[in-house]
Design a protein around this ligand. Structure first.
Ligand SMILES: NC(=O)C1=CN([C@@H]2O[C@H](COP(=O)(O)OP(=O)(O)OC[C@H]3O[C@@H](n4cnc5c(N)ncnc54)[C@H](O)[C@@H]3O)[C@@H](O)[C@H]2O)[C@@H](O)CC1
Ligand SMILES: [K+]
Length: 466
């Protein structure tokens, strides 16, 4: 079983294509199902520790995996029984059913068991479960001590992570071959419980991958404050937001952080503060290295002509740029054209509301929506949320693994903007992903009920450990 960090993500269609390639190369659905079912059986056997197992089987190949798992479990001495929704409808599932020599109860008579395995539907689900089926699934899973979903919890849309019908919370999801979008996107991801990947030997090439811990170089004896990265934060009407972005940049490891402010906020002594003027801004950047400087504009920027002028100054500069908060509302197609013409990367960090206002409501997958937005804007788009997606203009995406729900508090977005700017300024590999990971890790270390100021400070410890 493979952990979900740093793994390719395949849609239902991509899984079918991978399956077709494997078959063309000499394998068969039956052989793949045998591998999948045997691996599920082995995981269930170890986790069940001898407790009775109930496997719910559907009509497709997901059910087929369930029949194989039941056969292998029984052969290894497990106490296992099956309840099925319908007779198998595929050739491979029919063969798997024929290999099971125990009884098969109707789903309505499934009853309860300490260990429940859901092999009702996987990537072939096309609509909501019938009410009666969803009810049995919910009741058996809630009554179980341990619940394991094969490939996906039944009732979930593979590619979008939407719940097509009510889905209970599982302890564990064993995904076959590769991660699917639903294992990372909400609300589905929260239903999956722990996710582990079972390798069934499929080719898993994909543009979409889950995020993993970044590698960030520590300073060396040759470093000085500018070589470690200069972050320039442009403040505005709400001084606290820009101060938070600045503090985050400092704690995330920037060598030098400068804040242009209209109103003083209480900040650390190490932060260099300047009053805003276009001239002062230009002067501060004069002669600075393009590869070691990043600007943050948007946190607490406010609205109106002054805000627009500050944003224009940031966009006109050639330096790496993070556009967050209020500045996202100043973007339009003309700004996207300028972003595409700039010599250095731009990162946009919208949450769902800002994303919808800028790019339109998401109708399908958050991954595809972020990808389209990156192509349209020419920027790296960090589509924030409990399932943050980082999309690149070339079509690649990286999806974060379950962020702490405690991050849903004011100011954490400002902290993220400052963190990403620091990664950009330091020339870190995959800077947006590194920033998202550090931010999420800081939240994880804080536990619960923290404030954004705590989050910014916790970045020091996180930075030291990567
Ligand atoms: N792609 C691969 O390489 C492999 C896939 N395997 C398994 O195959 C699964 C996909 O199998 P299938 O494509 O047969 O799909 P499923 O087993 O997910 O179910 C599809 C069947 O259910 C019907 N159906 C869809 N929604 C329904 C609903 N709401 N109520 C009632 N019936 C509904 C469909 O018409 C179809 O007959 C995967 O999730 C995985 O478990 C494995 O066997 C091994 C290899
Ligand atoms: K399932």
């Amino acid at each position: 079983m493979i952990r979900p960090e740093g793994q390719p993500i395949l849609t239902a269609a991509a899984m079918r294509a991978a399956e077709d390639r494997a078959i063309a190369a000499g394998s068969s659905v039956g052989a793949l199902m045998e591998r999948a079912g045997a691996a599920v059986a082995e995981a269930v056997r170890r986790l069940a520790s001898g407790a009775p197992v109930l496997i719910l089987c559907g009509p497709g190949n997901n059910g087929g995996d369930g029949y194989v798992a039941a056969r292998v479990l029984k052969a290894n001495g497990a106490d296992v029984r099956i309840a099925a929704l319908a007779d198998p409808r595929t050739e491979a599932a029919t063969a798997a059913r024929a290999g099971w020599d125990g009884p098969v109860a109707p789903l309505a008579e499934a009853g309860e068991a300490p260990v429940v395995v859901d092999a009702l539907f996987g990537t072939g689900l096309t609509r909501a479960l019938d009410d009666a089926v969803a009810r049995v699934l919910g009741e058996t899973v809630r009554a179980a001590r341990l619940s394991i979903a094969v490939d996906l919890p039944s009732g979930i849309a593979t590619d979008t992570g939407a719940e097509l019908s009510a889905v209970p919370d599982f302890s564990l999801t064993l995904t076959l071959g590769a991660l699917k979008p639903a294992h990372l996107l909400q609300p589905a991801a929260a239903r999956c419980g722990t996710v582990r990947i079972i390798d069934i030997g499929l080719d898993r090439s994909s543009r979409d991958w889950s995020m993993t811990k970044p590698v960030i170089a520590a300073p060396t004896a040759a470093d000085h404050k500018y070589s470690r990265g200069l972050v320039v934060v442009i403040g505005g009407d709400m001084p606290g937001a820009a101060a938070l972005a600045s503090e985050a940049a400092m704690h995330a490891g920037a060598g030098y952080v400068m804040l242009f402010e209209d109103h003083a906020a209480s900040t650390p002594h190490a932060l260099v503060r300047r009053a805003w003027s276009a001239e002062a801004f230009a002067q501060a950047l004069d002669g600075k290295r393009l590869d070691k400087t990043a600007i943050v504009v948007g946190p607490g920027l406010g609205k109106g002509d002054i805000a627009a002028a500050k944003f224009a100054a940031a966009l006109d500069s050639a330096y790496k740029l993070v556009i967050d908060g209020d500045a996202l509302h100043l973007l339009d197609d003309a700004a996207f054209a300028r972003i595409k013409a700039r010599p250095t990367p731009v990162v946009l960090t919208p949450h769902a509301g800002e994303f919808n206002a800028l790019f339109g409501a998401v109708s399908g997958s958050k991954i595809d929506a972020a990808r389209d937005a990156a192509a349209r804007s020419g920027a790296i788009v960090v589509f924030k949320g409990p399932d943050t997606v980082v999309a690149h203009p070339d079509g690649r995406t990286r999806v974060a693994l379950g962020a702490s729900p405690w991050l849903s508090t004011a100011g954490t977005g400002d902290v993220l903007a400052g963190t990403i700017a620091t990664m950009l300024a330091a020339n870190t590999f995959a800077p947006a992903e590194a920033g998202v990971w550090m931010h999420s890790e800081a939240a994880r270390r804080l536990g619960g009920a923290f404030i954004a100021d705590d989050l910014a400070r916790m970045l020091s410890a996180v930075r030291t450990s990567v």
